[in-house]
Structure formats: structure tokens, C-alpha cells
Design a protein around this ligand. Structure first.
Ligand code: FAD
Ligand code: NAI
Length: 471
């Protein structure tokens, strides 16, 4: 077999591609992963999940020192921000993790090919190597794992300095006086939180009448109240009709979404965070005949195969599924299992979503709105962190709650929603419960350590059909 012949070639080294490649190699397939960025890890590790969480953690600590330490009897003076050091730490975290994947590739015998991949025909990938020159790879299976890119606003030029996408918002050189965020979704609220905690005035302009569309409405409203209490301003049902550079920053023309009087908002920096689009530029898909929908997403069958035999797709390029790193990873693993002749499936009803604001929000399964729309009768159990001893002793002031939704007849868990400290970690037991088809009674009968935040989950489970013990 020539050194350019593989069982499977992944194009894109993000969470979908790199995890899928490792799994394929572990299962004995001769595997290569082509990545053009120069580092592995994709959007997630380089300009997404990881740098944003590094800055969320640093800014959280700064805010704690500034506003929360005193309640614990810790006095501070001379507190100041070293933004350069904060950014350097973020880079260090990213560099450590991205180079770590190169180590994992070596260990698992995945060939890493830095360059831009283009499918020239089923079974053939041409790579323009980053170091110069070209390589033609032959592969029985080709996986498109090229992810997504920032979605722009028509007529608005993103210069990554004053009008930024999430990538620019992760690397601002100074704290803006006024940051206007267009879009009240995950990126807008997380990056708005970072800069708000570091001292910026933050205004979120959202087209719809609510933030975080798709999330259970009760959580969404609670989150908006908590962020408002932290100083974030919201302009809901509002559309941006123009953005122009002005002295010292940017001027935005906004008006009610339903039409009405226009007004001008002045900002030092504007973050455009209205969603992401599939990234397939230069891949040669149209030439090879790979079908795409009208927004450029690539439809696949239950085996992740596109309309062309031997060409597969996973991750953010797929339509109608959440754009999340862990979802892309699971698809990579399942696809590799299938290519190696095993079976596998991703349970799309049990993919958790976490918004890493403070309080954090974590959800899995159905929201109340979805259950009502589907006409499914359910019982609801709710327990507040205000009555949880661990949350009280930690001094978590914003409260929050756990809400569980279970089938009225069978008591089977249908949805779980948490807003509160460390919600993203706590949701794991409920994802497992959903996967295992557990009932609220199963959760209520499970021993939870004391004092922990997870006791709120047990109490919410008790509340589904009966009464909580501590409220
Ligand atoms: P990507 O990670 O986008 O990777 C695709 C890779 O393919 C890229 O590195 C690209 O350079 C490469 N590529 C593209 N074309 C070619 C080509 N022709 N040849 C070679 N290589 C190519 N998700 C979470 O689950 N949790 C979070 O906390 C979270 N935070 C986020 C924060 C931000 C600011 C952003 C922007 C996103 C965040 N996401 C988060 C979403 C997450 O990053 C994506 O869902 C995930 O990265 C998708 O993985 P993927 O493998 O499909 O694609
Ligand atoms: P999003 O889809 O989460 O939110 C976009 C928001 O912009 C929506 O509320 C939408 O109604 C609004 N919007 C759309 N057009 C608008 C307009 N013209 N004017 C005003 N508002 C408008 O998209 P976002 O925040 O850009 O994130 C992209 C993706 O990245 C998300 O879908 C998410 O999957 C992923 N992500 C995940 C994170 C996590 O898991 N913690 C963190 C950050 C991103």
C-alpha cells in the first residue's frame, strides 16, 4: 500500500475530525487527518470553546475579587487588571491543548497532514500542503469535517477590531467602554459576560422577543434577569439596520423588529454573533456533485453518508442539529465505528447544551414549550438553589433552580434544565438518566452526597411526584 493510500481521510481537524480520526485509527483503519489551520482542534480549541472558557474563568475570578470576596471576609485593595497577562494565559491554555492533539495523533498512528484538502473525485483528496507542494491521497472513505464559520450581517464589514466576530472578541487589546452585542445567543452572552465583568458597559440587541431562543423559556427569562442584575442591558425585539464607523468607535442604527422609529446606538466595539454557517469553501463539493441545502449545509443519511457513496460528513456542516463540540465528537466516533464494521448511533435526544455564563445554564431533552407543543402530558419538579446548603455556603447569590420534566403516565424523564452554579457539570447525571430511560423516582431514590449542589437534582426529582424534603 502506498504511503498516500488510506482507509479513511478526515478533512478538518476539529472535534469531529480529530476525535473521529483517533477512533478510526484505534479500530485499525489506516487514517489521515488534513487540517489547514496550522494547529489541530478546530474552531473549538483555537477560537471557540477553549479560549472563551479561559477568559470566562479569568474574568469570573476578577469579578469575584472585586465584588464577592468581601462577603467572605476577604479584603482586597489595589486590585487591577492585567489584560495582557490574561490573554497570554488564554494562549498558553490553547497552545497546550492543540499541541496535545498532535501527541495523541502520533500515539494512535493518525497521519496529520497540514494543508488544504479538496475532494477531486470520490476516493481522491488533493492537499495543498501548508509547507508548499501538493499531495494526492487515495481513500476508500472521505469524511468532510470542515466545521463552520462566522455568519456576517449583510452590509456590515467585520474588521476584527471595532466590528468583531467571536474571534476578535476573544482578543481585544483593551476593555471597550461600551460593547454592543448583536444577537443574544450563546456567543453574545458568553463574550458579553467576559467584557462586562472586566468593566465594559454591555448592550445586547436581539431580534426576537427573548434571548437564547430554543432554550426552555423559564430558564431563558431567569438568565436574562440575572445578567440584567449584573449590568447587562437588553434591547429585545430590535433589529440593527446599519452599522457605520464613527469617531472613537461605531454607530448602529436600530429599530423595533416589527418596524417603527429608528434610533442610534453608539459603541466602541460591536460584536456580531447572530449564528454560524457551514464552512465548505474550496472543498470541491459542487464539482464532485455532493448535495448541499440552500444554506450550504450537507445532508447525510443515518450512516453520515452524503448523496455520494464513500463521502461522509459530520459536525457543524450537518443541517438541523446543534453546533456543539461534543455532538461533533460523538458523530466522529460513531462514523468511525461504522466504517470499521461495528454499529453505533448518536442519540440526538440526549445532547446536553451548556451556556457558560454566571449562573451557568445547562439543559438536556425536551423543554416545557416543546412538550406542550407536542401535546405530551408531564409532571414538573423544581428545586431552588436558595434552599441548597452547598450553594448557600459557597455564597452563590444569583439563585437559580433545577427543573425536571417527566412523563405524567410513566414518570420517565423527558427533560432536565438547570440554571445555577456549575450547572454544566451537574447536567451529566441527567444526561445519563435520559440515556438509560430513568424515571424521576430512580433519580430521587439515588443517594446524593451531602453537601453538594447535586442534592438540588435529587430534591427536584422528589418534587416531580411528591414533595422535596428541604423546601
Ligand atoms: P470545527 O471545529 O470548525 O473544525 C473544522 C476544521 O476544519 C477547522 O479547523 C478548519 O480549519 C478545517 N478545515 C476547513 N476546511 C478545510 C479544508 N478544506 N482542508 C483542511 N482543513 C479544513 N461548542 C461547545 O460544545 N461548547 C462550547 O463551549 C462552545 N463554545 C464556543 C465558543 C465560540 C466562540 C464558538 C465560535 C464556538 C463554540 N462552540 C462550542 C461550538 C464548537 O466550536 C463547534 O460546534 C465545533 O468546533 C464543531 O466541530 P467541527 O469538528 O464540526 O468543526
Ligand atoms: P446563536 O444561534 O446561539 O444565537 C444567535 C442569536 O442571534 C439568536 O438569538 C438570534 O435570534 C439572534 N439574531 C439572529 N439574527 C439577528 C439579527 N439580525 N439581529 C439581532 N439578533 C439576531 O448563535 P451564536 O451565539 O452566534 O453562536 C453560534 C453557535 O456556536 C451556537 O449555535 C452554538 O451552538 C455554538 N456555541 C456554543 C457555545 C456553548 O456551547 N457554550 C458557546 C458559543 C457558541
Amino acid at each position: 500500500m502506498s504511503e498516500d493510500t488510506f482507509d479513511v481521510v478526515f478533512i478538518g481537524g476539529g472535534p469531529g475530525g480529530y476525535v473521529g480520526a483517533i477512533k478510526a485509527a484505534q479500530l485499525g483503519l489506516r487514517t489521515a487527518c488534513v487540517e489547514l489551520r496550522g494547529t489541530l482542534g478546530g474552531t473549538c480549541l483555537n477560537v471557540g470553546c477553549i479560549p472563551s472558557k479561559a477568559l470566562l474563568q479569568s474574568s469570573h475570578l476578577y469579578h469575584e475579587a472585586e465584588a464577592e470576596f468581601a462577603q467572605h471576609g476577604i479584603k482586597t485593595s489595589g486590585l487591577s487588571l492585567d489584560l495582557k497577562a490574561m490573554m497570554a494565559r488564554k494562549r498558553e491554555v490553547v497552545d497546550g491543548l492543540t499541541t496535545g492533539i498532535e501527541g495523541l495523533f502520533k500515539k494512535n498512528k493518525v497521519e496529520y497532514i497540514p494543508g488544504r484538502g479538496r475532494i477531486t473525485s470520490p476516493g481522491s483528496v488533493q492537499v495543498e500542503l501548508n509547507g508548499g507542494g501538493e499531495r494526492t491521497l487515495t481513500a476508500e472513505n472521505i469524511v468532510i469535517a470542515t466545521g463552520s464559520d462566522v455568519m456576517g450581517l449583510p452590509g456590515v464589514e467585520i474588521d476584527e477590531k471595532t466590528v468583531v466576530s467571536s474571534t476578535g472578541a476573544l482578543s481585544l487589546g483593551k476593555v471597550p467602554k461600551h460593547l454592543v452585542v448583536i444577537g443574544g445567543g450563546y456567543i453574545g452572552l458568553e463574550m458579553g459576560s467576559v467584557w462586562g465583568r472586566l468593566g465594559a458597559k454591555v448592550t445586547v440587541v436581539e431580534f426576537l422577543d427573548r434571548i437564547t431562543p430554543g432554550m426552555d423559556g423559564e430558564l431563558s427569562r431567569h438568565l436574562q434577569r440575572a445578567l440584567t442584575a449584573q449590568g447587562m442591558e437588553f434591547r429585545l425585539s430590535t433589529k440593527v439596520t446599519g452599522v457605520k464607523k464613527a469617531r472613537g468607535g461605531v454607530e448602529l442604527s436600530v429599530e423595533p423588529a416589527a418596524g417603527g422609529e429608528a434610533e442610534t446606538l453608539k459603541a466602541n466595539v460591536v460584536l456580531v454573533s447572530i449564528g454560524r454557517k457551514p464552512f465548505t469553501d474550496g472543498l470541491g463539493l459542487a464539482e464532485v456533485g455532493v448535495a448541499m441545502d440552500d444554506r450550504g449545509f450537507i445532508p447525510v443519511d443515518e450512516d453520515y453518508q452524503t448523496n455520494i457513496a464513500g463521502i461522509f460528513a459530520i459536525g457543524d456542516v450537518l443541517p438541523d442539529r446543534p453546533m456543539l463540540a461534543h455532538k461533533a465528537e460523538d458523530e466522529g466516533v460513531v462514523l468511525s465505528e461504522k466504517l470499521a464494521g461495528h454499529v453505533g448511533t448518536v442519540n440526538y435526544d440526549a445532547i446536553p447544551g451548556v451556556c457558560y455564563t454566571w449562573p451557568e445554564v445547562a439543559t438536556v431533552g425536551k423543554s416545557e414549550e416543546e412538550l406542550k407543543a407536542a401535546g405530551i402530558a408531564y409532571n414538573k419538579g423544581r428545586f431552588s438553589f436558595a434552599a441548597n446548603s452547598r450553594a448557600r455556603s459557597s455564597g452563590d447569590r444569583e439563585g437559580g433552580f433545577v427543573k425536571l420534566l417527566a412523563d405524567k403516565e410513566t414518570d420517565r424523564l423527558l427533560g432536565a434544565h438547570i440554571i445555577g452554579p456549575d450547572a454544566g457539570t451537574m447536567i451529566a447525571e441527567l444526561v445519563l438518566a435520559l440515556e438509560m430511560g430513568a424515571s424521576s423516582e430512580d433519580i430521587a431514590l439515588t443517594c446524593h452526597a451531602h453537601p453538594t449542589l447535586n442534592e438540588a437534582v435529587k430534591e427536584a426529582a422528589l418534587a416531580v411526584t411528591g414533595k422535596p424534603l428541604n423546601m
